[in-house]
Design a protein around this ligand. Structure first.
Ligand SMILES: [Mn+2]
Length: 250
């Protein structure tokens, strides 16, 4: 794996995934790894699952993949319920088989949030007032644990970032399928790239180090946004079209 692409947080956006795969192929890159949260959302979970299963990429599970396969009942009318209804047993089997962490050749470790938790941010911190800030080196080191890998690959925040801490390169490629969201844990906050483009990363080995390219590409945003609208999710449609989490009051 001297040159490969990293994708994450596809969130059922098959249109964005297809565009990213095309861009990766256009560049002659054959190896791709996937850091999780593959299907969750009001778009095309089954079509996305079919495509990802056919690709057979080294992949880990995200927190919202876990929510689709845990045994707890889904709230009627929730995304979780509609996704479970849309997915076949084959799709769910595929999700169940995904590991939380994956060791890749040459001391590369991939996970969704942090090595220990799929629902914790690694490179960002949410302050108690809801401000999202870049995590300090101490915070990142505390969450990452022993930094014995040359490369850590994560997702979950949907914010593309790359940084080097001591001897470890840490890369979050950003989200293929959803450029903005809001969450109420650990405090109410928003995450947003403020651009509708799909994100992924290309990594290339340069002797003992890695060069990292964070890519942003166009895709058929309208097709995805119209699907969100068809599923009565105006919030998702706005986020897909703008890369912003909250629609301003008019
Ligand atoms: Mn996630």
């Amino acid at each position: 794996m001297d040159r490969f692409a990293v994708i994450a947080d596809v969130h059922g956006n098959r249109w964005a995934l297809e565009a990213v795969l095309e861009d990766i192929a256009r560049r002659g890159i054959r190896d791709i790894v996937n850091a999780g949260d593959h299907l969750f959302g009001p778009l095309d979970p089954a079509g996305t699952a079919d495509l990802l299963i056919s690709l057979n990429l080294p992949s880990v599970a995200g927190n919202q993949d876990r929510e689709l396969i845990d045994g707890s009942p889904a709230e009627p009318g929730s995304t979780r319920e509609s996704n479970r209804l849309a997915l076949s047993e084959n799709h769910l089997e595929w999700l169940r088989a995904l590991p939380a962490r994956l060791e890749l050749p040459d001391r590369i470790l991939m996970f969704h949030g942090t090595p220990e938790r799929d629902d914790t941010y690694l490179l960002e911190s949410v302050r108690s007032d809801g401000r999202v800030v870049q995590a300090s080196a101490d915070e990142i080191a505390g969450r990452a644990g022993a930094m014995s890998h040359t490369l850590l690959l994560c997702g979950h925040t949907h914010i593309p970032r790359s940084l080097k801490l001591i001897n470890t390169q840490i890369v979050n490629p950003g989200s293929v399928g959803l450029q903005a969201y809001s969450d109420d844990q650990p405090a109410p906050h928003v995450m947003e790239t403020r651009s509708p483009q799909a994100r992924y990363a290309v990594l290339a080995r340069l002797e003992a180090t890695w060069s990292v390219e964070l890519s942003a590409i166009d895709y058929d945003v309208e097709a995805a946004a119209r699907m969100a609208e068809r599923n009565l999710r105006q919030d998702w449609a706005w986020r897909l079209r703008t890369g912003r989490a909250i629609r301003p009051n008019r």
